[in-house]
Design a protein around this ligand. Structure first.
Ligand code: PMP
Length: 352
């Protein structure tokens, strides 16, 4: 049995015990090109077409993209996995760690909806523990779940979608829970808080999700990233479809990651526009409260979310009505300065 011990964790972490038996025993797909490492060969192995520019299968392990990320994040490539969006990685985490119809996962509500959808697709029970009034985790309510032998994965979204705030006390959960803790940092680039990527060596049960869909502006390219121990990353490599990230998307990601100045300019503009929007909207009579945000969106409590939402739709402005999750709340993504001005004008015209 393989034992992976965290340097400063209070428990032993047994990765193999957490992995589904069929995944542990899985012989992954292997192509002839996995075995051939040279260059300039005549490739007659993969039933490709010899003509064209996109005729060859892409690098299944996205080595160039990982090298770029590795430099940027000071993280060895062996600790990086690339998914077809982080949604694909969420789905694969269930497939690796949770036995359908038997195991459980846990998350906190309100949060990102795909943890629940992917759980349902995989026939996994998802326990949802409500966040408190400040949208933080109530640790006292959590302890009872830590001894559940069927609880394999905890999802924590920080900054949280749809509330926008960073979640505190994550390290306590990493120390006390013997299963996998997935910290979804889709919005971390907009936050002033540090990423958990620095903690990978400390916590062998930690998986961090990031994405190029938000601050990097590449939602169309579907590039999600997981950072974790090399042992955990090798499990994701085992279960992924062989060519899960297209060549075009790998190239788009490398190009975006090579232009740090543009990334920072746009990210800073979005953050300053968020502050402008929050300040302006707070003065409107239709807006009761705006929750603090560390993301590129914020949650606004209004007098009548359904009415306001439809008023904006009639003006061709689409926001996210979250009233079923947080009463009378609308989630607003920060747009360009021109888009934000149109939103402000439309809100000024709204009579509750
Ligand atoms: N996690 C969170 C918290 C999100 O809000 C989203 C997208 N809305 C995702 C993951 C999915 O990101 P991707 O585009 O990388 O699949």
């Amino acid at each position: 049995m393989q034992l992976v011990s965290g340097l400063k964790t209070y428990k032993m972490f047994e990765l193999n015990k957490l992995v589904r038996k069929n995944i542990r025993d899985l012989k992954p797909y292997s192509s002839a090109r996995d075995e051939f490492t040279g260059e300039d060969a005549i490739f007659l192995d993969a039933n490709e077409n010899p003509y064209g520019e996109l005729n060859r299968y892409p690098d299944p392990y996205q080595k160039i993209l990982k090298k770029k990320l590795s430099e940027l994040k000071s993280m060895p490539s062996e600790n990086i996995f690339i998914g077809n969006g982080s949604d694909e990685i969420i789905e694969q985490a269930y497939r690796i760690f949770c036995n359908p119809g038997k195991d459980r996962a846990l998350t906190f509500s309100p949060t990102y909806g795909m943890y629940e959808v992917s759980a349902a697709i995989n026939d996994i029970q998802l326990i949802t523990v409500p966040l408190n009034n400040s949208f933080q985790i109530n640790l006292k309510k959590l302890g009872e779940y830590f001894n559940d032998p069927f609880l394999k994965v905890i999802f924590i979204c920080s900054p949280n979608n749809p509330t926008g705030n960073g979640i505190r006390n994550i390290e306590k959960i990493l120390k006390e829970f013997k299963g996998i803790v997935i910290v979804d940092e889709a919005y971390i680039d907009f936050s002033t808080e540090a990423s958990f990527t620095e903690k990978i060596e400390l916590y062998p049960n930690l998986i961090i999700l990031q994405t190029l869909s938000k601050a990097w502006g590449l939602a169309a390219a579907r590039i999600g990233i997981a950072y974790a121990s090399a042992e955990v990353i090798s499990l994701f490599n085992k279960v992924k479809p062989p060519y899960n990230v297209s060549l075009l998307n790998q190239q788009a990601a490398v190009a975006a990651l090579s232009n740090l100045a543009e990334f920072k300019n746009k990210r800073d503009l979005i953050v300053s526009e968020r502050e402008n929007l929050v300040n302006t909207l707070s003065l409107l009579s239709s807006v009761k409260k705006i929750y603090p945000s560390d993301a590129n969106f914020f949650l606004a409590e209004v007098n009548d979310a359904d009415k306001l939402y439809h008023h904006l739709v009639a003006k061709k402005i689409v926001t996210r009505n979250r009233t079923t999750l947080v009463r009378n709340c609308i989630r607003i993504t920060v747009g360009s300065p021109a888009e934000n001005e149109k939103l402000i004008n439309a809100l000024k015209e709204f009579k509750a």
